[in-house]
Design a protein around this ligand. Structure first.
Ligand code: AMP
Length: 495
């Protein structure tokens, strides 16, 4: 099938051709004609399936001929700022031969330039919910002319607690409009949300219900928590991995692991909500440019990153919410490329693994744990370092806190056989083995950077801003409430 059969305008076909797309992806072939015919659409598509173009192209087509000088006529809501920026980039690219104006607004950056931008007018607005509501409260935004509304990554919206904000946004929209909802997974909550605002939707699903991306090779290693970093360094080095996205549960955990990998001589960077937008952009650029081998990311920060043909994803810690596993491994095998997803599972994560396998309806194959070297650990500021244990640069640092001996010149400790290491540093020690004193330190508490207060939803903030802050804020024990936790949006509860 070619793009020209979808009924798109020549200007859009030209832009798509210049992007190098030869044929529509299945989600594009399924949704574009339905959207152009004016129907509401409920689309189930994994990340990386080309879903952005699936809604952006037909919306641009219907917006064409606009002046861009008034309030937005189309609104796309996304859960994260990265995704918002990415959708806006795509929209600008696809719409380059149409005289349309696209604007993007999200939290974490100054609001005034966004107010100025909205005053100038736009045709298409892409926004995260909190900032959108802030702008509306400040009367800087008129949503009464929105004729097309898209809820992108609706399942993430639910997970991140954006339901009350979405309800408020819906009240600001005019009743006559076309609605599109995209979601990687179809839980009962998602269906309930769809029923709330979609009218007689066309359902388009390209992946079977809750299936993982087909070409991703999945495997897991059962390993003690304290040994994970050593095994990860081994896998990266021995496998000669050039680009791996590693998921941790917390921001502090991401920072620490990035440092530890650096200590093992692996170029690494952390990306999470406490990093400035500039730092995130830089880390991502270094990763894409292969100057950084391991990008260590929290769930939320990784969401929306468009990294083409990412070969390796590692779940350093399993997600609390099983659906997140599907999202994470969806980072590989994007748009036709093959990928491998590896999970490092410690004994305490077995219940999470069971939930994931239940969702997948298939077990994840367990691989034999290879022999791996114990890597040296960089000193951390809040931990006294014994003499001779100072960091001496990537690959060359040592620490004697655990009484380890025989550190190699390259900074790596000798290869251990299963269970023969000492204390918490032993390799894949049996369950119940003693943990290193720093084991998992800080991973269950909120982290504050250099003494500055962490962002909170304190009194005096606008509710909308609070929502946006919620996205950027680290929760106790993770970035979002655990599954099953009650929400405050009128009894909604995860299945
Ligand atoms: P998305 O799922 O929208 O994040 O898209 C994932 C990736 O697929 C992006 O890098 C897009 O540029 C790319 N893409 C989208 N549509 C096509 C297509 N028809 N052919 C090839 N690549 C595409």
């Amino acid at each position: 099938m070619s793009f020209s059969t979808l009924g798109l305008r020549p200007e859009l076909l030209r832009a798509v051709a210049e992007k190098g797309y030869t044929e529509p992806t299945p989600i594009q072939a399924g949704t574009i004609p339905a959207i152009l015919s004016g129907r509401d659409v409920l689309a189930g598509a994994q990340t990386g399936t080309g879903k952005t173009a699936a809604f952006v192209l037909p919306i641009l087509q219907q917006l064409s001929g606009g002046t861009g000088s008034g309030p937005p006529r189309a609104l796309v809501l996304t859960p994260t700022r990265e995704l918002a920026a990415q959708v806006a980039d795509n929209a600008t690219g696809y719409g380059r031969y149409l005289q349309l104006r696209t604007a993007v607004v999200f939290g974490g950056v100054g609001i005034n330039p966004q107010i100025d931008q909205l005053r100038r007018g736009c045709d298409l607005l892409i926004a995260t919910p909190g900032r959108l509501l802030d702008l509306s409260e400040q009367r800087a935004l008129d949503l009464s002319r929105v004729g097309w509304f898209v809820l992108d990554e609706a399942d993430r919206m639910l997970d991140m607690g954006f339901i009350p904000a979405i309800r408020r946004v819906l009240k600001l929209l005019p009743p006559q409009r076309q609605n599109l909802m995209f979601s990687a997974t179809y839980s009962d909550d998602i269906r309930a949300l769809a029923q709330r605002f979609l009218r007689d939707p066309v359902a388009v699903e390209v992946a079977s219900r809750n299936s993982t991306a087909e070409r991703v090779t999945q495997s897991l290693y059962r390993v003690q928590k304290d040994s994970k970093r050593h095994l990860l360094a081994h896998l990266i080095q021995e496998g000669n991995w050039q680009q791996v996205l590693v998921f941790t549960r917390t921001k502090h955990g991401a920072n620490r692991l990035a440092k530890q990998l650096e200590g093992a001589g692996i170029a690494a960077a952390a990306i999470h909500g406490n990093k400035s937008q500039a730092a995130r952009v830089r880390a991502l650029a270094d990763f894409k440019g292969l100057r950084v081998t391991a990008l260590v990311a929290t769930e939320v920060a990784a969401r929306g990153l468009d990294i083409k043909e990412l070969p390796h994803v590692v779940n350093y810690e399993l997600p609390n919410v099983p659906e997140d596993y599907v999202h994470r491994i969806g980072r590989t095998a994007r748009a036709g490329a093959a990928g491998a997803a590896v999970s490092l599972v410690s004994p305490d994560e077995e219940p999470l693994l069971r939930d994931i396998e239940k969702l997948l309806r298939t077990p994840i194959p367990a691989a034999a744990v290879p022999k791996f070297a114990i890597i040296a650990t960089p000193a951390e500021p809040d931990r006294p370092v014994q003499s001779g244990g100072r960091r001496s640069g990537a690959g060359g640092n040592t620490r004697s806190a655990h009484g380890q001996q025989g550190t190699r010149r390259d900074g790596r400790r000798p290869i251990h056989d299963s269970g023969r290491g000492r204390g918490g540093e032993r390799s894949h020690a049996p369950h119940g083995a003693p943990r290193a004193p720093d084991a998992h330190r800080g991973e269950s508490r909120s982290h504050q950077h250099t003494g500055s207060p962490s962002r909170t939803e304190g009194p005096g903030r606008g509710a909308g801003q609070g929502q946006e802050q919620r996205f950027g804020r680290e929760r106790q024990g993770g970035e979002r409430p655990a599954a099953g936790r009650d929400r405050t949006d009128g009894g909604w509860r995860r299945a």
